[in-house]
Structure formats: C-alpha cells, structure tokens
Design a protein around this ligand. Structure first.
Ligand code: CO8
Length: 257
C-alpha cells in the first residue's frame, strides 16, 4: 500500500513510520492520522512485527494538528464527524510504539508523542501545547496526559501560556525517557525497538498493558491486575524458555507463545 503523508519501512521485526509533510512541518491532518492508523492496523496484524517507531523530520516531529484544515470547522461538524476521535486508536495499540522526537512536537504533535509508549528525544526537541494561542485548548489528550507526565503546575503553565519545553527540561520532568544527539535519534530508537522486538511478544504486550493500567485504576487494583497477568505468564512457553536459557547460560529463543 502506498501512502502520501508518511513513509513506512520495515527493518527486521521493527516497523518505522516517518511523518512526511515537510512543507507543513508534519502538521497532522485527517489524511496523516488515517494513514498512521492504516499502517498501525497492518503492524498489529503482522506477527513478524514486534515494535514500532514513529518519527518526524529534523525540524519537526509534528507542529500540531493542521490548523488550516480545522480553522473553518463548526461545532455541529466537529460533533457529527467525531473530530479527533480517530486519534485515540493510536494510543490503544497493543504492540509497543516508541516516539522518536526531534524539533517541534507541538499541540497534536506533542499529544501524538504522548500516545506512544515512551518518547526518545533528540537534543533539539521542543514540546508544547500552544493551542491556547489559537483560541482553543489541547483536544487529543494533552490536558490529561501532559498533566500525568509532568504534574499539574508545569502542565497548567504550558497549556495556559503555550510555553515550550526543551529536551533537557522534558527529560528532567519525565516527559521523555532519554535524550540522544539529533544525528543518532532514529538509529537509537530503532536499536531499542529491535531489542524489544527480540523479546517475547506476548510478554511485551502484557507488560505494556499492565503499565498502562496504572493510569486507569487504583494502586491496589493495579497490583491485583499485574499479579493475575504475572501468574498467567507461567502458561507461556516463552516463560519456560526464558528461565531455562538463564539457567543454562545461553541466549533465549522466544517463540511468541
Ligand atoms: N498546521 C498547519 N500548517 C502548519 C502548522 C500547523 N500546525 N505548523 C506549521 N505549519 C506550516 C506553516 O503554515 C508554514 O507553511 P507555509 O510555508 O505554506 O506558510 C510551514 O508549516 C512552515 O512553518 P513556519 O513558516 O511557521 O515555520 P517557523 O520555523 O517560522 O515556525 C513553528 C515553526 C513555531 C512550529 C510555527 O510553524 C508554529 O507556530 N506552528 C503552529 C504550532 C501550533 O500552534 N500547533 C498547535 C496546533 S493546534 C493543535 O494541535 C490542536 C490539537 C488538538 C487535536 C487535533 C485534532 C485534529
């Protein structure tokens, strides 16, 4: 399948999605989101894919939702077409997704990065929710996810003023997992993704599900959920293989079952 706004590659067990609307700094219009969803649908179905990386360009991961596409929308149109709701599917994927962010990740771009499982940032990365300057507010989870990542004070300041956060601050407050030099960003993200993709896919997916559960429930319920899933893992051939490989001092050969 061919795409117009993204470039899709598969390297080994890793799927790489590169946002590709350079003239609009990768602004996210409905076509981009549709194409990302279509390719992620394929990766979810493909048993050969174990992890996914989403990245942009050196200048912009994505400078937000496409302002020109949305500026004339009316309330009934937004409501009837359920504007933005298709974005949610990106955050509901079961395989791990890493956002590799260089340059601007603003508005919907920051929200897209936060829908991924973790963010690797180039030293050039800049994060922000500047929607307030357009007379609106974040609409793809920004007021919720940013607050969980960085706490109320910083999230409130960023959403109310549109102030951008550089990579160093983003790492300090836990928005990104690590900073790497911009020139190494995609290679490093692909390396980490390949490491994950070499592990047991069901174990990886269950781990992702469990970590995400911590956002949705109480500590006691979350720990109970974790325990149930952990016990269930002893039904997997990959658990036997992983622990046997450790005992026999050899690399594990996971079969994803
Ligand atoms: N939408 C549409 N086009 C954009 C966007 C955008 N978000 N951002 C940049 N562009 C376009 C510019 O219009 C320009 O096009 P042209 O050359 O045809 O005039 C081109 O990209 C290059 O941009 P600049 O000339 O402005 O480049 P600079 O280096 O001078 O500035 C900035 C870079 C600071 C990133 C600047 O482009 C900017 O401020 N962009 C807008 C950032 C913004 O406000 N983002 C939030 C958008 S609203 C949003 O994301 C709401 C999310 C809610 C969910 C959405 C669901 C669909």
């Amino acid at each position: 399948m061919s795409y117009e706004t993204i470039i899709v590659e598969t390297r080994g067990k890793v799927g790489l999605v590169t946002l590709n609307r350079p003239k609009a700094l990768n602004a996210l219009n409905s076509q981009v989101i549709g194409e990302i969803n279509a390719v992620l649908d394929g990766f979810e179905r493909d048993p050969g894919i174990g992890a996914i990386v989403i990245t942009g360009s050196e200048k912009a991961f994505a400078a937000g939702a496409d302002i020109l596409e949305m500026k004339a929308k009316t309330y009934p149109e937004s409501y009837l077409e359920d504007f933005i709701t298709t974005w949610d599917r990106i955050g509901q994927r079961r395989k791990p997704i890493i956002a590799a962010v260089a340059g601007y990740a603003l508005g919907g771009g920051c929200e897209l990065a936060m829908m991924c499982d973790f963010i690797l940032a180039a030293d050039t990365a800049k994060f922000g929710q500047p929607e307030i300057k357009l007379g609106v507010m974040p609409g793809a989870g920004g007021t919720q996810r940013l607050t969980r990542f960085v706490g109320k004070s910083k999230a409130m300041e960023m959403c109310l003023t549109g102030r951008l956060m550089d990579a160093a601050e983003a790492e300090r407050v836990g928005l990104v997992s690590r900073i790497v030099p911009a020139a190494d960003l995609v290679a490093e993200a692909m390396k980490v993704a390949a490491q994950i993709a070499d592990l047991s896919l069901p174990a990886v997916m269950m781990t992702k599900e469990s970590v995400n559960r911590s956002y949705e429930t109480t500590l006691a319920e979350g720990v109970r959920f974790e325990r149930r899933v952990f016990h269930a893992m002893f039904a997997m051939a990959d658990q036997k293989e992983g622990m046997a490989a450790f005992a026999e001092k050899r690399p594990a050969d996971f079969k994803n079952r």
